[in-house]
Write a protein that binds this ligand. Structure first.
Ligand code: FES
Length: 84
């Protein structure tokens, strides 16, 4: 498995707190998307692991669920290619 799973072809708006650390799912298999639930650890050879980021300010951010964004963990519109 070298491509992440497309969990959903749209982002999720999340309210974050400045200074708090979040773990964004990169494999697309977490049931807590857009956040990591540790699912990647259950698959042997899984090349993905969570991406931790610290919120720079209080407010709303749009986190990628398609896992193909070029600006992780944030949505950059790449998900449009997965919409049917
Ligand atoms: S949800 Fe992945 S780029 Fe928008």
């Amino acid at each position: 498995m070298h491509e992440p799973n497309v969990f959903k072809a749209e982002p999720t708006a999340i309210t974050v707190e400045k200074g708090k650390t979040y773990a964004w799912c990169t494999c697309g298999l977490s049931q807590k998307n857009p956040f990591c639930d540790g699912h990647h650890k259950t698959i042997e050879g899984m090349p993905f692991k969570s991406l931790k980021f610290i919120a720079e300010e209080d407010g709303e951010v749009w986190l990628c669920n398609c896992k193909h964004t070029k600006n992780p963990p944030f949505c950059d519109g790449t998900h449009r290619q997965f919409k049917k």
